[in-house]
Design a protein around this ligand. Structure first.
Ligand SMILES: [Ca+2]
Ligand SMILES: [Ca+2]
Length: 167
């Protein structure tokens, strides 16, 4: 699941990077990409798609599914960054984190709202999970819809059965 989530993030990141919007991915502060942390861990990010000299706010926000223009996600921590190029080097966002499900939100115009040119690391599903004793008591995040995959598998399964019958 963790590997799946990470490859999903890479895909999301690549698709967003190609659209030239800034995007960040969660890392531990030793420089390894990860999206699951323990309570008290520091969360760092690494990002691409930034414009030199421009200020951005990077927010850790409460996890939500779809992000629409004008949304004001619940911000739990903010770090203002400025890069000297396309890449945002490893940057510490949050220390002594609390258990919960979060997304990483790059706010290009620093208005705390989701607007054009902003990005989140994961829409559907949590972008960052912080595990703690009380995580199980928290509201569980929306999980990605796998109905399309299930339908596809059912079709493949049906194909195998039909082939067996005709053979
Ligand atoms: Ca914004
Ligand atoms: Ca999310």
């Amino acid at each position: 699941m963790k590997i799946f989530a990470l490859s999903l993030m890479i895909l999301v990141m690549l698709s967003l990077a190609s659209a030239a919007d800034p995007v960040v991915m969660p890392y531990n502060c030793a420089g390894f990409g990860q999206n699951e942390f323990d309570v008290g861990d520091d969360i760092c990010v690494y990002g691409t798609g930034f414009s030199e000299g421009q200020e951005y706010d990077i927010h850790i926000v409460e996890d939500q599914g779809a992000y629409n223009a004008g949304d004001s996600p619940t911000i739990v921590a903010t770090k203002t960054v400025q890069t000297s190029g396309f890449v945002l080097g490893l940057t510490k966002l949050w220390t002594a984190v609390k258990a919960g499900f979060y997304d990483l939100f790059v706010d290009s115009d620093q208005d705390s709202q989701y607007s054009e040119g902003d990005s989140v690391n994961i829409g559907e599903g949590p972008g960052v999970t912080v595990r703690g004793d009380d995580t199980e008591d928290l509201p569980q995040p929306e999980v990605p819809e796998f109905s399309t995959v299930t339908a596809l598998l059912a079709l493949i399964g049906a194909g195998i059965i039909i082939r067996r019958k005709s053979g």
